[in-house]
Design a binder for this molecule. Sequence first.
Ligand SMILES: Cc1ncc(COP(=O)(O)O)c(C=O)c1O
Length: 481
Amino acid sequence: MTDETPLLDAWRRARDGRMRPMQIPGHKMRYTRDAAGWSSDLIGDTVRDDVSYQGGVDDNALSHDYLGRAEELWAHAVGADHCRFLLAGSSQGNISAVGVVADQGVPIAIDRTSHRSTQAALVISGAVPVWIYPRIHPEFHLPIGMSAESIRLVDVDVNGFFVTSPSYVGTMSDVAALADAAHERGQALIIDQAWGAHLDFLPGGGAIRQGADMCVTSVHKALTGYSQTAVVSLRGARGFVSRSTLDRWVDLTSTTSPSGTLLASIDGTRAAMERDGSARLALLIEAVAESRRRLSAVRGLIVLDDSNAGCRVDPMKITLILPGTGVDGVALGSWLFDAGHGPESADRDSIVFTVCVTDEPEWVAEFTTLLISALEEQRGEPRAMAPLPVWRVEPEVVVTPRQAFFSERRRVPLREAVGEVSAEQFCPYPPGVPLLAPGERVTQEAVDAILAAARIGRVAYCSDLTLSTIEIIDELRPLHG
Ligand SMILES: Cc1ncc(COP(=O)(O)O)c(C=O)c1O
């Protein structure tokens, strides 16, 4: 543990110094001190604290390597040998981590409930997905973690395993058991821990300490980094993954003009978590537990926790199963958004709230009171739970995502595309898991699920956002290399 913050300190020196660079950034750091700079009414607020890393926090030659030192400190804090700070979120982390074990035409086992960014990794690398599936709760129809058995049962020689934990709804896999199963097969385990950056600072640690070879975490989700910030960490000592390959992938996918401000927020977050993060988390975990207890007393409401989920649940998440109350999660979610307390995600039957280190325990209690009264006010006829298709997609992969991405395509009405092969992604957001992805057979089930998802929220990343048409593969182009 250290209270050293090399990158944050250097960023503060640069911001507070009287720099007037004759190089980029184009805003020249004028708005840091000069609220009356050119068009300040339109520009000032948003770039006030922006200091570029190169030629700002550090010199053009990066002689001080504040970033390298800050990355070492993060790696040490989470039990990794190496890590890289990222400014394109866990999306970039997933692409980079999958890239480490990927190769053109080589199978990789990937959790199909993973975020859409894993598809980008498959397009870029040309790897072939071998989808694996988490267990699904028999009553709540939510993913409840990948079993080690699912890893053992993969009957193809794969180049690595990629699993998402925690899931969007807070359910977690037993990472140590998954790591054992992957290592028995001589393969690496990558964990998308985008939602679980706080786990690294709890007793027992996060995915790396539990045995994963690589781990991706969004610093902006569960912790206090600027939006977009994430870290990919690697424990290479086990010999399953290579540090230089990870660096190559991160460099391939990174901007060459990183924001020193965003990077410094990762350094500051790590130091704050090392200083008193576990004490703070302990208070909030107790507040969430108390909130769950109170919510459990609401008639008909199911509150997801370790006792009913069939797996461990992120102690900072509040996930509610609504059908027994008759409340419509979408309506409740939009009511809460209008009240300024938007949920992480909401569909008709479930709603998810994220609590973070920045919330006070008192606020969690106050929010719980508000939520209970909203649930009572919106109470309706109890109904049966309808499974959400996004957690149960089991696609027929006809061609690789890369082949699909580069193929000749043709647009047809979505409802007439059954039997064709999709050239694009249809992704309800949240949770950002594709219902249909490039290279997958279009089924009637998929079309119905896409249209149903659009009735309750946003379906994104397809070329026709009205969802009347789809691009299907017209002709496969041979891939070279
Ligand atoms: C499981 C998971 N992984 C990765 C990501 C991508 O994270 P980011 O938004 O930091 O790019 C998300 C985004 O919601 C996610 O849910």
